[in-house]
Design a protein around this ligand. Sequence first.
Ligand SMILES: Cc1cc2nc3c(=O)[nH]c(=O)nc-3n(C[C@H](O)[C@H](O)[C@H](O)COP(=O)(O)OP(=O)(O)OC[C@H]3O[C@@H](n4cnc5c(N)ncnc54)[C@H](O)[C@@H]3O)c2cc1C
Length: 396
Amino acid sequence: MEETEEPHLDFGNTEIAFSHKTDRELKRTYLLFKFMNNPKLVSIGSFFGNIAAKIPFHLMDPIIRETVFKQFCGGTSLFQCQKVIDLLYHKKTMTILDYGVEARNKDEDFQRTLDENIRALEFAYSNPNVPVISTKLTGYVPISVLEKKQAGEKLSTFETIAMERFEERFVTLCEKAVELGVSVFIDAEESWIQDPIDELVNKYMPVYNKEKPILYNTYQMYRKGCLEYLQSNFEKARAGNYIFGAKVVRGAYLEKERNRAKEKGYEDPILPNKDATDEQYDQTIRFCVQFPEQMSLCNSSHNWKSNLLQTQLMKQHNIPNDHPNMNFCQLLGMSDNLTFNLAAQGYYVAKYVPYGPIKDVVPYLIRRAQENTSITGDMSRELKLLDEEMKRRGLK
Ligand SMILES: Cc1cc2nc3c(=O)[nH]c(=O)nc-3n(C[C@H](O)[C@H](O)[C@H](O)COP(=O)(O)OP(=O)(O)OC[C@H]3O[C@@H](n4cnc5c(N)ncnc54)[C@H](O)[C@@H]3O)c2cc1C
């Protein structure tokens, strides 16, 4: 682990990062990440897909529950998440509840997602350690309708109604969020369905963010022109006198995006390489940190350089570590070295805690497993840290 430039903030401190794990838990986590790091599992999506197709789910359930689900999810219900919320709070870390169900198709399923999101808002309201919930708007409307809308195709009567219901559900969610004073992060999804999602969030941010940042949209920095897009939305917020809520990520659908652009023969919407994404990401953090009173930023990354950059910029701009608009966030089960070392220095940091029925969170779990697989055969970032802590405790 390279040294950070600030002596007080050491992301290499694995003692703080893993102090919540007993030796037994640490060994188990190490073995899980070692398994996921196997280069043979590079196409882990199809690996799990093949297994899932051959083995009945009730047989898979206990294996998933005891391994990746335990590592990356808070539980199958809100109630089950309480243990994780308490543990995080003990480490001065807030929780963002993320109902992990994605891409539904039927009207009753969309209603169920909304009901679950409302329940999460109520749960958060009664729990001071949960200031935010997050949701994916593909839980409210068929993806096929979003895709058609974005492509500018004429919608059928049924599809027009689906879009109207989409907006109604979104407004119901926002009204409840404002009433309870709990914020909502809207996740970013694939580029070919993202425009109608952005339009909806941009339409209602001026309504709901007048006094405090209730709504946050997500900006994927692997997309070409995303910094300019964020800047133009910020200018609108400044002109309209409302608080701009921005969750900044690199982007999770790289392979899917590249494949679709190639297959359909349109310009790849993603930057050409990792360096270009990193550059745009860090430029965005540089931009956002200039306006701590007019925007609320959530730097959502496992990249230590991008996290460190924000702490350095905050110092330069004389922004206190615990400024409520300068947030950091990592996913549960990953980058504890960033989360808990930031928390130890008083930064406003949270973990995304996904929850939901195991079968429904499988796509999320596959993305996490893919992220932790090694293409080159080198140790993944997480595995290196776990390896260091195992050695520090004399377990290896
Ligand atoms: C709290 C939180 C919330 C999130 N919410 C969302 C969300 O709403 N929507 C979403 O899409 N993702 C989301 N993500 C996932 C995120 O987009 C990244 O996939 C993940 O965090 C890895 O990126 P990184 O910044 O942590 O670090 P790194 O590991 O440094 O970067 C990896 C990322 O760099 C980019 N990249 C890698 N190779 C290339 C290449 N060849 N060319 C161009 N870019 C490349 C990709 O985006 C890749 O995911 C979230 C992540 C966190 C921590």
